[in-house]
Design a protein around this ligand. Structure first.
Ligand SMILES: Cc1cc2nc3c(=O)[nH]c(=O)nc-3n(C[C@H](O)[C@H](O)[C@H](O)COP(=O)(O)O)c2cc1C
Length: 151
């Protein structure tokens, strides 16, 4: 069991930091997607919200092992988290994910910033909550100990 440090949790919980979720099919076909709706649940558990997953969803159905990279570009620092996931499409964890997305998109500034990116901003529909148990943590910081295992 790992215990994420405060620095690790702070990077994950910065809502505007884009994270990258890597999955793989049973046959080993890799896939990586950017994600914003990721936050900590406790010291070893993360919540990832599936609003638009397609190949990611299929891969997770076949293979629960995932990797997640989170960057702090201001510090040229970041982490790679590896672990396993469980999908919830009903129940309290799912409802919490639905409410998180709804309340985020209820903020006018969110729609305004999305309008800069998209011709017609799409309000997402949450399909599932993905609970990730972190098993290993590595640094992605460039330097003398590249890829060092931290936890
Ligand atoms: C900046 C950004 C943030 C995104 N955040 C999420 C997210 O939090 N949840 C989600 O389901 N999809 C999110 N997406 C969409 C996924 O990256 C991706 O388009 C979707 O999973 C379909 O790709 P796939 O077929 O590889 O799964 C985001 C896309 C961008 C560009």
């Amino acid at each position: 069991m790992v215990k994420l440090t405060k620095e690790m949790r702070d990077v994950i919980d910065k809502p505007h930091f884009i994270k990258f979720l890597a999955t793989s099919s049973k046959a080993g076909n890799p896939n990586v997607v950017p994600m914003l709706f990721i936050r900590t649940m406790d010291e070893e558990t993360l919540l990832l919200v599936n609003n638009f997953h397609n190949k990611t969803r299929r891969n997770i159905e076949e293979n629960p092992r995932v990797a997640l990279t989170v960057l702090d570009l201001d510090k040229c620092d970041g982490y790679q988290f590896k672990g396993t996931v469980e999908v919830h499409d009903k129940g309290k964890i799912f409802e919490d994910a639905v409410n998180w997305v709804k309340s985020t998109f209820a903020k006018p500034e969110v729609m305004e910033s999305l309008a800069k990116w998209l011709y017609a901003p799409v309000k997402p529909t949450t399909k599932s909550a993905i609970v990730m148990k972190v098993k290993e943590v590595y640094t992605v910081k460039p330097g003398p100990e590249p890829g060092k295992k931290l936890l």
